[in-house]
Design a protein around this ligand. Structure first.
Ligand code: URP
Ligand code: ZN
Ligand code: ZN
Ligand code: ZN
Length: 476
């Protein structure tokens, strides 16, 4: 691989912002200095641009069977769209429900991703049930595959939901193996009852998806997950936090010193529940779980991000075409496949709504979009920062570019964009993965066999603690 120099840009990491050149050689960053000259290197001009570490999306569902269908973005369209949006690593959920051996699920996922990944990736293992066999298999499989995170659902009673007993067992295995246990916090059994009540009353429109999954129930499940994880001694990561009730529980737990992290997603920060009331069944475009909330929940989410009580931004990419699979629920909101297309716009929406609008700092943005996920999920410092010795995963970002998000020009394999019409400031111009261009001047130039499976480490440090010691020790 030819050497490359990125020159003239402003590097922003989770802790610093500074002007410097970067020298890349053999997939790695080998030098950072005020001025680098090397006649053998290709020079990339980043004048007037930010130079960020590649985005890490800790929450995607590509090519996943769900709600009696399968998501419309597969690994090819999903990872290309991610790259356009400034994401160079995703962590995707491996579905184990229905498999006798958990390892069969990983084999299936390898078949889905093989030759179809434009960016690097790792897996989380979703657990719905644990029996004597899978309880023994799980720790061995995690170790063998370098999977250091388990996901458990407290929702989707008919498909994925685990009992509290299984949840507790997963926490115990999390504790034993050092794995993070990710939990979707809702009360699936109570939701099923509320859905029945709504349908008996003749309420079948998309808005009832939101009305049958109230925030109190997300708060209740979040508290339950927090206490069960604490009793088991596990590290808990609450996925897609949407509301004040859940945020409050996470803050209380963290203030007690519990090992709890929280993720939120761009739609919860920018859209609200009224989207589900759009006429002509268009509300179905905004059906995912937990649902969009009344606007009053946005400020607590932004405040929690700013206060570092929530650490990461996931896309929760789980796309279904509106003029396609979303229509499964035309007469019954409970049959609308749950999920939306966000993998491409996660990075830019957070930058524009967060940094450009003065809600979060530039360095906090990098922390949320990349660094914290790398730390929590055992990829740091190989991924998640710009430093000597790390993978040269880099986003060259034009902070002055203005554009309007639209399905007309996005790269996801869906016929709508949930942020349609949103004007954003800032745009990834070029994206490098391990020193190679994936996106160059807004064109895809990558390859579907370049994305590499990442065997991850167990994250030893608690994120937000001992940062100085960690950042000084990893380089050499
Ligand atoms: O509605 C959603 N979020 N679909 C994806 C599955 C999940 O709950 O994360
Ligand atoms: Zn979920
Ligand atoms: Zn205690
Ligand atoms: Zn999800």
């Amino acid at each position: 691989m030819a050497k490359k120099i990125i020159t003239g840009g402003t590097i922003a990491t989770a802790t610093d912002t500074f002007k410097a050149d970067i020298l890349i050689e053999d997939e790695k960053i080998v030098q950072i200095a005020t001025k680098i000259e090397d006649k053998d290197a290709q020079v990339i001009d980043a004048t007037g641009k930010y130079v960020f570490p590649g985005g890490i999306d800790p929450h995607t569902h590509l090519d996943m069977p769900f709600n009696n269908t399968v998501t419309d973005d597969d690994w090819e369209s999903g990872t290309i769209a991610a790259a356009f949006g400034g994401t160079t690593t995703i962590l995707d959920f491996v579905l184990t429900a229905g498999e006798t051996r958990l390892s069969d699920a990983v084999i299936k996922w390898n078949e889905k991703s093989k030759g179809k990944a434009a960016i690097d990736y790792g897996y989380h293992l979703m657990i719905s049930d644990l029996n004597e066999e899978t309880e023994k298999e799980l720790p061995l499989l995690l170790e063998k595959e370098g999977i250091t995170s388990i996901k458990v659902f407290m929702a989707y009673a008919k498909e994925f939901q685990a009992s509290d007993r299984t949840l507790y067992k997963a926490f115990k295995i999390g504790k034993e193996t050092g794995s993070v246990v990710m939990v979707h916090c809702e009360n699936g059994s109570v939701i099923d009852e509320l859905v029945e009540e709504a349908k008996l009353a003749g309420n079948t429109a998309p808005i009832y998806h939101a009305l049958t999954r109230p925030p109190e129930i997300e708060g209740e499940a979040t508290k339950r997950a927090i206490e069960l994880a604490h009793v088991a001694g596990a590290k808990l990561y609450v996925v897609h936090v949407t509301c004040k009730e859940a945020v409050d529980e996470i803050i209380k737990a963290r203030e007690k010193g519990y090992d709890v992290y929280g993720e939120t997603c761009p739609p919860y920060l920018t859209l609200d529940q009224t989207a589900l009331e759009k006429p002509d069944f268009e509300g179905a475009k905004y059906v995912w779980s937990p649902p969009l909330r009344p606007k009053s929940h946005q400020e607590p989410l932004w405040n929690a991000l700013k206060a570092k009580q929530l650490q990461t931004i996931g896309s929760d990419q789980c796309s279904f075409n509106f003029n396609g699979k979303k229509q499964l629920g035309i007469n019954d909101f409970s049959k609308i496949p749950n999920g939306g297309p966000f993998i491409e716009d996660r990075f830019s929406v957070l930058y524009s709504e967060g940094v450009a609008k003065g809600r979060i700092s530039l360095n906090d943005f990098v922390d949320m979009i990349s660094t914290n996920a790398a730390k929590i999920f055992g990829l740091y410092p190989q991924k998640g920062t710009i430093a000597i010795g790390t993978d040269a995963d880099i986003v060259i970002f034009d902070p002055n570019a203005k554009r309007t998000i639209s399905a007309e020009n996005h790269h996801m394999n869906v016929d709508y964009n949930a942020f349609e019409g949103l004007e954003v400031l800032g745009e990834p111009v070029s994206v490098l993965l391990r020193g190679e261009f994936v996106i160059k001047d807004k064109q895809f130039v990558g390859s579907l066999d370049y994305g590499k499976y990442l065997k991850r480490k167990v994250a030893k440090e608690q994120v937000g603690v001992l940062e100085v010691a960690v950042s000084n020790s990893y380089l050499f």
